[in-house]
Design a protein. Structure first.
Length: 436
């Protein structure tokens, strides 16, 4: 008997967990943490609907927290089998999990110190110790090569863009009576992104599980270089500070790459760029390590013209250095994570600058429901950061051309080579309107 059940990313863009059962063998495709609205975050603390100790393995599509962030919690609950991922995904997931653990531990400490928690004691969902135990389970699987999980299940990865090492999962299941193929799209990337390879044509499949983050939307036709050049020029003319909440993996590197391109071709005047994210700084080293997985010139990656280096790029690892940016005057750019404003140093920059009309906040990419990023994108005039009310007087702009997710036309383009109609298509990882 073959069954498929959904334990996340159903009616929402977060918490991806798909449970595949073949007879008595169970595997999980992705193991994401819920992010966003309080109701969603509460699901991370709920009792699991399946026994993690009964899982044979976990198969990851890529290293973002909404696809890997629940792994340490599941390890704490007894899971100790293999976690398969592409080599870059292993490095990215390890980095992301350690960063998330540090942030949660710091946040719990901050809430306990300031007595901001509704609980007697605020606790992190998982700790760095849990992440270290999780690291030992990572097992590399290469693109295009079949991996067997017993006699009943085998899978192989195909390039899908989105971020470094991201994959869709082609899976073949055999319960002794029938064979069924399932394709899990993971997060589909965009075409022409220099930081990733273009999505490969997907294989034929009996069942399709497809993401719908931008299922009903099209990205703006503007060239992101043109958008960014106009925005930076405006910031320079007005002497503003430009805050860019950016995902530490891929988005930060992409924006720095584009800024360097603009500088190289004299389309903007030099401007100081402060990267306030230890995770983003470390992530660039992963891009250098896995040069064959993206389109960038690795010689530039290792030079002073690197994706995350340059005469006007300043890297801030320590919290003390981050705090010094509170006194920074414009024109200047501060890039910090998290991308959807769900935590991290960016919140402290917003506390300091969001009520200042001379500040510009550029939202680059998707903002899930319930996140501070979505509130700002929807035009909120008052928001709460660490339970502190903050008036929104800064200028809020969207940089839609920088999204790492395929829009609906790009999803359909990716699916075009699938000539045989799947017996069933499951639309996941999207808000209901987008999936519809």
């Amino acid at each position: 008997m073959i069954t498929l059940s959904f334990h996340g990313a159903a009616g929402t863009v977060t918490g991806s967990k798909y449970l595949v059962t073949v007879n008595d063998k169970k595997i999980l495709v992705d193991c994401g943490m819920f992010q966003g609205a309080k109701e969603l975050r509460a699901r991370n603390w709920a009792e699991m609907k399946f026994d993690p100790t009964a899982l044979e393995a976990v198969v990851l599509t890529h290293g973002h927290i909404d696809h890997v962030g629940y792994l340490p919690r599941m390890v704490r609950n007894g899971f100790n089998r293999k976690v398969y991922a592409t080599p870059p995904t292993i490095d990215i997931a390890t980095l992301a999990l350690l960063d998330t653990a540090h942030l949660q531990m710091e946040d719990a400490e901050f809430r306990n110190k300031k007595k901001l928690s509704s609980h007697e004691v605020a606790l992190p969902l998982f700790t760095t110790d849990d992440v270290e135990l999780t690291e030992r389970l990572f097992t590399p699987a290469l693109f295009g090569q079949w991996t067997m999980i017993g006699e009943e299940i085998r899978f192989r990865y195909h390039v899908v863009g989105h971020i470094l090492g991201a994959a869709c999962v082609e899976m073949e299941l055999n319960d002794g009576n029938r064979k069924v193929s399932i394709l899990f799209s993971g997060d589909i990337g965009r075409y022409g992104n220099p930081l990733t390879r273009d999505p490969e044509p997907p294989p034929q499949t009996d069942r399709l599980v497809c993401e719908t983050t931008y299922g009903g939307r099209m990205h703006p036709p503007e060239d992101p270089l043109f958008e960014l050049a106009n925005l930076i020029t405006e910031v320079q003319e007005n002497g503003s500070v430009l805050l860019i909440p950016a995902f530490a993996i891929d988005r930060t590197q992409q924006i720095i790459y584009l800024i360097n391109e603009l500088l190289q071709h004299h389309r903007i005047a030099p401007i100081d760029v402060h990267v306030d994210s230890p995770m983003a700084i470390t992530a660039t080293e992963i891009y250098v390590k896995y040069a064959s997985y993206h389109s960038l010139d690795t010689r530039r990656l290792g030079s002073t013209e690197s994706v995350l280096n340059g005469k006007n790029v300043f890297l801030h690892r320590k919290r003390k250095d981050s705090q010094m940016l509170n006194k920074l005057k414009g024109p200047a750019i501060i890039m910090s994570s998290s991308g959807m404003l769900t935590g991290g140093r960016i919140l402290h920059h917003l506390l300091n600058r969001l009520d200042d009309p001379s500040t510009v906040v550029a939202l680059a990419g998707f903002m899930a429901e319930g996140t501070l990023g979505r509130q700002l994108a929807d035009g909120a005039e008052l928001v709460y950061i660490h339970k502190t009310p903050v008036h929104v007087r800064a200028k809020i702009v969207r940089l839609g051309g920088l999204s790492g997710h395929a829009d609906y036309q790009e999803i359909l383009h990716w699916l075009e080579p699938v000539t045989g109609q799947p017996g069933r298509v499951y639309l996941t990882h999207g808000e209901p309107l987008q999936s519809q």
